[in-house]
Ligand binder design. Structure first.
Ligand code: HEC
Ligand code: HEC
Length: 433
């Protein structure tokens, strides 16, 4: 049990703020002396953005705690309030037509930046210590490398923190899908007694008292600081956190062209005479893939993952390598009081022990695994599938013994590691003073 006194809290806050300003941002534009009068400006930033770079998430320019004058100058820039059209990076890009939530909650630079601040701000919790990032940290794959989430007063939950990236392709949230949208999900932890242990009223009150926040909410939303708007801003930020291209994604075009061109590839010179454009395309894809290589083992693992023997794509399918559906693999079903998962939300017997399929993208960075964090490594996960999960009345019909060799198991793990791409770089420390 940790005892937090007011004095202790002040120290935490001071140390935290003093630690701000990683110094990687360019200094604030000193010509925007109009900040205090907040005369509107227009820096004409583009409204078309490809996600995955730090363009939307590097914070308001400057360093150290965010000053009110800097917030005003930022808000006065009209181009921070225009609705953005986003494109997904290679790999996720196959999901461009199934992006979620942007009609209901359009993305703007200012809203994303406000969400970034809220995501990293412990002041949303009851004692000022726990932020979203505490359980979904960029350095720990946007999860936490503990079995369960650890909230205010070191309280432990009973589920593993899932990832908060690639949410732009996902609508229902939580292991059991009980939040219909990312917006609805985002306000849950604030009032969860074992997570941020606050009330929504108190969180709103705290934000209203911080001028830098109040000004942003009032400019971005018609109705200022409300808990729904907190959810909208955080969700907007989360939608910009994506996984960039992985060796798997660079290899896909090569594999597809090899499959469609077939044996004509054996004589590239001859093919070049017939169809120079096709060969140029193939060679370009090959060069990219060689710059981000998939090992032979990972390539074999890919065949297992997508093929009939592994059949992983019965569930881990689509651009984010998840069907976004709920299945029972038997994880935790041997416990005295098993977590009923999806059934807790729907009340349906057939949903007993079913949990939402997690993404395989960047999964090498998100140990431990499964809804109860019971499996420590990808090797352990593959063993689980090889044995056919844990038998129980509700086991998915797509889970069965696989009879994999030791090499097959290594190959599957290698393939999953090859699904690792760079995360959107994010400023973590610049928060309103
Ligand atoms: C104390 C740890 C903790 C804190 C703090 C926390 N989370 Fe979580 N988060 C979890 C756990 C555990 C789950 C899974 C709970 C469940 O499914 O029942 C979860 C689920 C989620 C999910 C669902 C992902 C999916 O695949 O369905 C998202 C998104 C998320 N959290 C974002 C946030 C945001 C945003 C905040 C801050 C407002 C936050 N979390 C604060 C531990 C935490
Ligand atoms: C029937 C659907 C289904 C099939 C088939 C399937 N998975 Fe899963 N996978 C899931 C679900 C659902 C979970 C989460 C289960 C839980 O926590 O109870 C999961 C969890 C995982 C995890 C842990 C991810 C995390 O973040 O915790 C990995 C890794 C994984 N699967 C890899 C594979 C591989 C490799 C295969 C093929 C051998 C495979 N899966 C086949 C549905 C499936």
């Amino acid at each position: 049990m940790r005892h937090l006194t007011i004095a202790h809290l002040t120290v935490v806050a001071t140390v935290f703020l003093a630690g701000c300003g990683g110094g990687k941002n360019a200094p604030a534009d000193s010509s925007s002396g109009s900040a205090d009068t907040a005369a509107s400006t227009d820096s004409k930033k583009s409204t078309k953005v490809t996600l995955g770079t730090d363009e939307l998430t590097s914070g308001i320019p400057g360093s150290g705690p965010l000053k009110v004058t800097e917030v005003k100058a930022w808000l006065a820039d009209d181009s921070n309030h225009r609705t953005l059209e986003v494109t997904l990076p290679l790999g996720l890009s196959a999901g461009q037509d199934s992006i979620k939530g942007l009609d209901e909650n359009p993305l703007t630079r200012a809203k994303i930046e406000l969400g970034r601040q809220l995501y990293f701000d412990g002041r949303l919790s009851s004692d000022g210590t726990i932020s979203c990032a505490d359980c979904h940290h960029p350095d720990e794959g946007y999860t936490r490398q503990t079995q369960f989430g650890i909230g205010v007063d070191d309280q432990e939950g009973d589920r593993n923190s899932p990832v908060s990236y690639n949410r732009i392709l996902s609508d229902a949230q939580f292991w059991d899908g009980r939040a219909a949208t990312l917006e609805e999900q985002a306000v849950g932890p604030i009032a969860n007694p074992i997570e941020m242990a606050n009330t929504h009223e108190n969180a709103v009150k705290t934000l209203k008292e911080i001028e830098g926040y109040r000004l942003q909410f009032e400019k971005i939303f018609d109705d200022g600081v409300t808990i729904d708007n907190v959810g909208k801003a955080i969700a907007a930020f989360e939608r910009t956190i994506v996984t960039g291209p992985s060796p798997f994604d660079y290899y896909e075009p090569v594999r597809q062209m090899r499959a469609s061109i077939g044996e004509d590839l054996d004589d590239l010179e001859e093919l070049k005479e017939e169809d120079p454009e096709l060969v140029a395309k193939y060679e370009a894809a090959l060069a990219e893939s060689e710059r981000h290589p998939m090992s032979e083992s990972a390539i074999r693992g890919r065949e297992l993952f997508f093929g009939n023997r592994g059949q992983c794509t019965a569930c881990h399918v689509g651009p984010n390598l998840t069907d976004e559906k709920y299945h029972n693999l038997g994880v935790g079903m041997d416990a005295e009081n098993p977590d009923h998962g999806r059934r807790k939300h729907t009340g349906k017997e057939e949903h007993t022990g079913a949990f939402k399929t997690p993404t395989i993208r960047n999964v090498a960075l998100t140990a431990p695994y499964m809804h109860d964090g019971s499996q420590k490594t990808l090797e352990e996960v593959v063993e689980w599938y090889d044995r056919g999960g844990h038998p129980n009345d509700h086991l998915s019909k797509d889970i069965r013994k696989l009879d994999l060799s030791d090499q097959d198991k290594k190959d599957l793990v290698e393939f999953m590691k090859a699904c690792t791409g760079e995360f959107t770089p994010v400023e973590r420390e610049r928060l309103p003073e």
